[in-house]
Design a protein around this ligand. Sequence first.
Ligand SMILES: Cc1cc2nc3c(=O)[nH]c(=O)nc-3n(C[C@H](O)[C@H](O)[C@H](O)COP(=O)(O)OP(=O)(O)OC[C@H]3O[C@@H](n4cnc5c(N)ncnc54)[C@H](O)[C@@H]3O)c2cc1C
Length: 395
Amino acid sequence: MPQIRVAVAGAGIAGLAFALALRRAGIDCHLYEQAERLAEVGAGVQVTPNATRLLHRLGLQDRLRAVAVAPRAIEMRRWDDGGLLQRTELGGPCRRRFGAPYYTVHRADLHDALLSLVPADRVHLGARLVSVTQSAGEARLHLSDGTTVAADLVVGADGIRSVARERIAADRPRYSGQTIYRGLVPADRVPFLAADPRVRLWLGPDQHCVCYPVSSGRQVSFGATVSSSHWREESWSAPGDPAELAAAYAAWHPDVTRLITAAETVGRWALHDRDSLGRLSAGRVAVIGDAAHPMLPFQAQGANQAIEDAVVLAACLADAGPDGLGAALLRYERIRLPRTTRIQQQSRANATTFHLADGDEQRRRDASTQASPGLERHEWLFGYDAEQATTTSRS
Ligand SMILES: Cc1cc2nc3c(=O)[nH]c(=O)nc-3n(C[C@H](O)[C@H](O)[C@H](O)COP(=O)(O)OP(=O)(O)OC[C@H]3O[C@@H](n4cnc5c(N)ncnc54)[C@H](O)[C@@H]3O)c2cc1C
């Protein structure tokens, strides 16, 4: 049987997870990545059970366990006195309920783990996509060095500024008005945050801070939001000013101020998202991950949803065979759009609820947060099995 030729733009989390999912289904693909060298930046990522169960099936169980931290709980606290608003148990209860762990991981470790299973000759570095064209018979990637790559299917896994997405929509990223400072602190500088691994969030007026251990517990990763009307940098490596960050959080709980002042360097990132699309493909071009549904990080789902996309699209392609491309892409859209749209919208909503000024609304939020600490609240998100959803959609 002839093989479908698949060309993927971008070798981030979405592109690599897709390559692995395709390989498992017996389909080859080539990835075209603009970076000359693959090096993820210093920051953490929360990998939730809806994605860890998929990563395990892709063969990453041991690799992940070796580098990840399994936090015992998620805690939400008040910004000033640190009063506990909610504690949700993870660890054993999470594994038992969802059949998969909740991990906090250094992005580079996750990226390396994915990359380690993709054959090196399938990843083309220094290959920047500048446009995509297509005809009835094939799609073509046009790269910045003048090269053209022909394929039956082009998959855009090229992030929030996706070039492939331009074939599907003419929209632009939207600035949220929020920036996030990110840093990594050696665990021995903040033992009070590292010893008993937890995901900790402090919520306050206009800002919040989140931290958790990564790198087998050797480092603590944090993200601290600050509103800004003027900051527009969108590079993980754009430096932030530690003094400005410290000033923005000066009145916060000492656990927060000790954490952020322990970081020698911080990066600063302007947070953008886009509205949900009505479709995820056009002809022979499809998008996955941030190229498809960039979301604010306030639900920690961007990478997790990228992994779900990757597995679902690969399964749809494998089921359909080379002659069923159109049907496979429609099925992928039908499965993914309702879920990713909901998560995009909730991530935006969290930008408001996390940042309420002290007052009636904040007290109502705190009361309802305190009333629902259980994992059952996360069933729709963490309990979801993207592969099972794909199987069910056959009937
Ligand atoms: C502050 C912050 C915290 C976050 N925390 C979490 C979290 O805890 N959990 C979670 O699940 N998600 C989190 N996310 C979201 C997550 O980082 C992204 O959703 C995820 O990285 C998306 O993966 P991707 O592969 O789609 O895109 P990217 O990671 O952006 O990868 C895109 C790749 O495509 C390449 N590329 C781009 N343009 C081109 C081109 N023209 N040609 C060729 N290659 C190209 C890039 O170099 C890159 O390698 C967070 C995001 C932010 C900003």
